[in-house]
Design a protein around this ligand. Structure first.
Ligand code: COA
Length: 385
């Protein structure tokens, strides 16, 4: 079928809401040919982007049928380049094409049209994240659309048990107020890729449940540390975003559903033999999750402190009936991977971030960004999850 028949336009809530939900249900995104993750946007398809400073959703129609959708956001953020520190970046997410209409250049047309919106809004770089094993998506962005591979972070997922877990007595945990959290993040993570200039807006958002620091018991957290630089000998920080209030996820089963279901339960049973199978998180019905962002630590004992903070977040999640897993994303070289509790089976070893210059005069900067060694820590904007 010829591409001319495809029409693209901005999302219109009245006409498109339920049609997008139906499309989303048909579109699997997942690592294996049998297991897929579906997103339930709770009747608000723009829920994943509306917390960003600027956002857009485009839909594609073919003979009056809604066959594709894409979302994009724009913000000012840090870039990992020695000479330039900030840029306007456009993030691409939620690209879906109806399975019956794939390979008709609908996906690429949607991305190209979103790029036009980025260019019209003075965006320097566009970037996106996908599963490293999502061949269609990787080929579309890298082979067809000129994106280049930037980072391969890991997504770590930890199931929420039905009871709180023990936190070491050696770990002291304290909640920071928003201003303290903002200052600390700007100071220690402000130079990492895509660190958002509007971090204060993220921290103030009602989905952000708070920011906590951990330090060795016996030491103190001086609230004046920003001015005098007196930190505990080791410390760790993280913030929590309640994604479940925005959208739900569901693990889908293929036609081999019964077989797969049994296989997954057996697998999970192998991982958690001390748990009865009936009390494992039910990921086959819509569930919410907490996203831990801004995870960072310093000092000799910091790994144990990060672990303590993660257990603290887990225990918080046990009080939220809807929260079935806790997710986070860490850099490829980040040793924190080993200290953040996660299930090997639920976690994705490698995500892939790709980037493209939107302006000709930014092509040299892009080469520098790619050549600059990645910072150890990663800041993942929770609005882009
Ligand atoms: C990824 C997706 C959006 C592609 O949409 P699409 O409309 O089929 O893509 P296009 O027709 O524009 O494909 C353009 C190019 O991308 C590559 N490509 C697309 N699908 C591919 C596939 N299944 N296998 C290999 N390459 C593929 C090809 O290079 C293709 O060009 P070609 O047909 O000339 O070889 C679609 O497969 C989809 O909705 N997948 C499920 C959701 C998803 O994974 N989204 C991406 C998350 S970031």
């Amino acid at each position: 079928m010829a591409t001319e028949e495809i029409t693209l336009r901005s999302y219109n809530k009245r006409i498109d809401r339920s049609r997008i939900e139906k499309l989303e249900q048909k579109c699997e995104v997942g690592p294996s040919e049998n297991t897929y993750i579906f997103t339930d946007t709770l009747g608000e398809p723009v829920c994943r982007i509306r917390n960003s400073p600027q956002y857009k959703m485009l839909v594609a129609e073919l003979n009056n049928e809604l066959v594709g959708v894409i979302q994009g956001t724009i913000k000012k953020a840090t870039i990992n380049c020695p000479e330039e520190s900030q840029a306007r970046v456009g993030y691409i997410l939620g690209l879906r094409v109806s399975p019956l209409h794939r390979r008709k250049y609908i996906g690429s047309t949607l991305v190209r049209t979103l790029e036009q919106w980025f260019i019209a809004n003075d965006v320097d770089f566009a970037y996106m994240a996908t599963g490293k094993d999502n061949e269609a998506s990787v080929k579309l962005f890298t082979d067809k659309l000129g994106f280049v591979k930037l980072r391969t972070p890991a997504i770590l997922i930890n199931p929420v048990r039905y009871h709180p877990l023990h936190i070491s007595r050696e770990v002291e945990i304290k909640k920071l107020d928003i201003e303290q959290a903002e200052n600390l993040y700007r100071r220690c993570l402000g130079s990492t890729d895509f660190f958002p200039d509007d971090i204060d807006r993220i921290l103030k958002n009602k989905l952000s449940l708070g920011t906590w620091v951990a330090y060795p018991r016996g030491e103190s957290w001086d609230s004046e540390f920003e001015s005098n630089g007196r930190f505990p000998t080791s410390w760790a920080i993280l913030s929590v975003w309640n994604t479940g209030d925005l959208f739900k996820l569901r693990v889908g089963k293929s036609s081999l559903s019964c077989l797969l279901y049994t296989k997954i339960l057996r697998l999970l049973d192998g991982v958690f033999p001390w748990l009865k199978i009936s009390i494992l998180p039910d990921v086959f019905h819509p569930f919410g999750f907490y996203f831990m962002y801004g995870v960072h630590c310093e000092g000799r004992k910091s790994k144990a402190l990060v672990h303590g903070l993660c257990i603290f977040v887990h225990n918080m999640a046990t009080k939220c009936s809807d929260c079935k897993v806790i997710a986070t994303e860490v850099g490829e070289c980040d040793v924190l991977r080993e200290h953040i509790p996660h299930s090997r089976y639920l976690s994705r070893a490698e995500d892939l971030w790709c980037i493209k210059a939107m302006k000709n005069d930014q092509k040299n900067t892009l080469i520098k960004i790619i050549r600059t060694p990645p910072p150890v820590s990663l800041f993942v904007d929770p609005r882009e999850v």
